[in-house]
Design a binder for this molecule. Structure first.
Ligand code: ADE
Length: 256
């Protein structure tokens, strides 16, 4: 049997949204984490709850690659919108990731991961292309999938897909001052979250393809915490389930 595709989620609600689609499921524990192996849309997959933050993501990614030989990793979750026009309810498919809290200056340039010579880690182009196509299809059906009441409740209007830089750090960015500072320092950053760049660094070490798919849950400002859990349960989890299903059905099996 070919090695599985790995799908890691930061939050329990998202993992729970994917679990019903897993057939022939069996769970194993490694490093204190539960990994759920099975088949989705005919593809061997392994689902994992990474937990929050860069260390949790790096541990999860390392286990997915070393213990399960995952042939590609997809990370799903939510993020705070930083770029102008990146609104709550939009989806961001990362093309590059950077640790915004990495700073070993003056020994190394700000953001550079020491001894790698790199600050930015690119996602796999084909994998990201395929997820972006699936995400666009999902956005086109957002009103039907979420219902008008949920759309209105969260103020979602014509959600769309963005592709570009995502910044990661071990901070939940919840003040307008901090998000303004981040946007000024990294003008091309579309969104901020807490795991993607860690996964990117591990996947670069293992030379394994990966992608990061994020639903914008907040604008990383003073109201960033409002309705966070409800948004994940009622919007982000729905998107994730639909996008992953569409991606798997549309030839994810061709991922090397
Ligand atoms: N994930 C979702 N929203 C976020 C924020 N504002 N900061 C960091 N990670 C997030």
């Amino acid at each position: 049997m070919k090695p599985p595709l790995a799908i890691a989620s930061a939050m329990q609600q998202e993992l729970r949204a994917l679990m019903p689609a897993l057939t022939d499921a069996r769970s194993v524990v490694r490093g204190g984490r539960h990994f759920h192996l099975g088949t989705m849309d005919g593809e061997p997959v392994v689902l994992a709850l990474s937990g929050i933050g860069k260390v949790a993501a790096a541990t999860t990614a390392t286990l997915l690659l070393s213990e399960f030989d995952a042939r590609a990793l997809v990370f799903t979750g939510v993020a705070g919108g930083l770029g102008a026009g990146v609104r709550v309810g939009d989806v961001v498919v990362a093309r590059e990731l950077l640790q915004h809290d990495m700073d070993a200056s003056p020994l190394f340039p700000r953001y550079e991961v020491p001894l790698t010579g790199r600050a930015r880690f690119a996602t796999d182009a084909a994998l990201s292309d395929a997820l972006a196509v699936s995400a666009r299809r999902c956005m086109a059906r957002a009103a039907e999938l979420l219902g008008a009441a949920h759309m209105a409740d969260f103020g979602l209007v014509d959600p769309c897909v963005h592709e570009g830089l995502v910044a990661s750090g071990d901070r939940f960015v919840a003040t307008a001052a901090e998000s303004r500072a981040l946007a000024a320092a990294l003008p091309d950053a579309l969104a901020v979250e807490m795991e993607g760049a860690a996964l990117a660094q591990v996947c670069a070490d293992f030379a394994r393809p990966f992608a990061v798919l994020r639903t914008i849950s907040d604008r990383a400002d003073d109201s960033a915490h409002a309705d966070f859990k409800r948004f994940i349960a009622e919007v982000a989890s729905v998107y994730t389930r639909v996008i992953v299903h569409d991606w798997l059905q549309g030839g994810a099996g061709e991922v090397p």
